[in-house]
Design a protein around this ligand. Structure first.
Ligand code: PLP
Length: 432
């Protein structure tokens, strides 16, 4: 049988760089042929060879209800009938923002945009504009989209700022970005000591999903909050992945439960908020958000911002994830996946450790959970590739790179989870 995935990938590579419109889709880290998706339903998708997979990527997070949830599909179809885009205000934008504010009490106002990158970039400009400061702190292993100032790796020391991680980003553009080690309290304190009064913000993935799954410790988060407050810098939570995913109220609700009175100053949202449509957002206090144009001096705009079809999709998704019992069962099934994988790994003698929160999980082929990027990178890439391709052959689709998180949706049944665990067992037995 001809492999249509290969046929289409060959065709794609002639006209699209690498054959893909976002690099990780190309399977460069794991090798092999990317699956071209023909259609998806619930917890599954089918590739162009009509092979079925249990999907643990869910479009990298947005599909928390699974694919083609009938309530969401209906909302999108109804919205489409009224038009695709107007470039003028609509009631649904107000309804969506009101819904977000109801769910996440740290914000008083929100602006809608079309991608997580755009939201993060705008939040950064807002933080700088609102504080009148230029310098920012980010952490190694955290991804905040591909805006120039955020494509940075650590420099040679705390007194020096970062180096670009991409060609095309001038060193001057990242000269204000300081990159620190995640979960390193003393380094954070030292950086504030040196630069605190010039810092516009600390930007952080509170549970980092772009180095697989690494939690900020409660102590570290508490210090981030205290130091920002003390020095007048803003704490920016990038919850593009964790928002409406690790808990209804996002990672900030998880930390607020452990740190009395805790909240970030600005929250960046994406992924689940659009239910699979191009929609993202950022929000904060009224005082900060009123710095944005047309009220304030910080410019920000978008032709398709608050798109009527995307907002319909997002609003229906946010309503569905507030059904009684939703989070209990999603959490339970995600935990049962990680626990099951850990137990078959142990039986197969494969070093394994995993963690999850709500419907987001991660695992490492390491004896202990890592707490920073350096430790994540010690995970065994070759073993991971073996596991990845073994699972893929047998119809289980996990992220094609060891530094990516995984996602369980409400459409995954316990039977899907059990099948995944037993498939993983079969693959792990061949891994010694
Ligand atoms: C996905 C992601 C982004 C970027 O969002 P895009 O919609 O891909 O531009 C930013 N921050 C985090 C934490 C993300 O996971």
């Amino acid at each position: 049988m001809t492999d249509l995935n290969q046929t289409y990938f060959d065709r794609a590579r002639k006209v699209i760089p690498g054959g893909v419109n976002s690099p990780v889709r190309a399977f460069r880290a794991v090798g092999g042929t990317p699956r071209f998706v023909r259609r998806a339903e619930g917890a599954y998708f089918w590739d162009e060879n009509n092979k079925k997979y249990i999907d643990y990527i869910g479009s990298w997070g947005p599909m928390i209800l699974g694919h083609g949830n009938p309530v969401v599909v209906n909302a999108v179809q109804e919205a489409l009938k009224d038009g695709f885009s107007f470039g003028a205000p609509t009631l649904r934008e107000v309804e969506l923002v009101e819904e977000i504010l109801k769910i996440m009490p740290s914000m008083e106002m929100v602006r809608l945009v079309s991608s997580g990158t755009e939201a993060g970039m705008s939040a950064l400009r807002l933080a700088r504009g609102a504080t009148g400061r230029n310098k920012i702190i980010k952490f190694e292993g955290c991804y905040h989209g591909h805006a120039d100032a955020l494509l940075v790796k650590a420099g040679s020391g705390l007194a020096t700022f970062g180096n670009p991680t991409s060609a095309g980003v001038p060193a001057e553009v990242v000269q204000h970005t300081l990159v620190l080690e995640y979960n390193n309290v003393s380094q954070l304190e030292e950086a504030f000591d040196l630069h605190g009064k010039e810092l516009a913000c600390v930007m952080i993935e509170p549970i980092a999903g772009n180095m697989n799954f690494v939690r900020a410790s409660v102590e570290f988060m508490k210090r981030c909050r205290e130091l920002c407050t003390q020095y007048g810098a803003l704490l920016v939570f990038d919850e593009v992945m964790t928002g409406f995913r690790v808990a209804l109220g996002g990672a900030q609700s998880v930390y607020a439960a452990q740190i009395p009175g805790f909240k970030p100053d600005i929250t960046v949202m994406g992924k689940v908020i659009g239910g699979g449509m191009p929609l993202a957002a950022f929000g904060g206090s009224r005082a900060v958000m009123e710095q944005l144009a047309p009220l304030g001096p910080v410019y920000q705009a978008g032709t398709l911002s608050g798109n009527p079809v995307a907002t319909a999709c997002g609003l229906a998704t946010l309503k569905e994830i507030q059904r009684p019992g939703f989070w209990e069962s999603l959490t339970q099934r995600t935990q049962s996946l990680v626990k099951g994988l850990a137990s078959v790994a142990k039986e197969a003698g494969v070093g394994f450790t995993g963690d999850s929160q709500g419907g987001m999980f991660g695992f490492f082929l390491l004896p202990e959970l890592p707490v920073n990027y350096g430790q994540v990178m010690k995970s065994d890439g070759q073993k991971f590739n073996h596991l990845f391709h073994g699972l893929l052959d047998k119809g289980v689709y996990i992220a094609p790179a060891l530094y990516e998180a995984g996602f369980v949706s409400a459409a995954h049944t316990q039977a899907d989870i059990d099948e995944t665990i037993s498939t993983a067992h079969d693959v792990m037995r061949t891994m010694k």
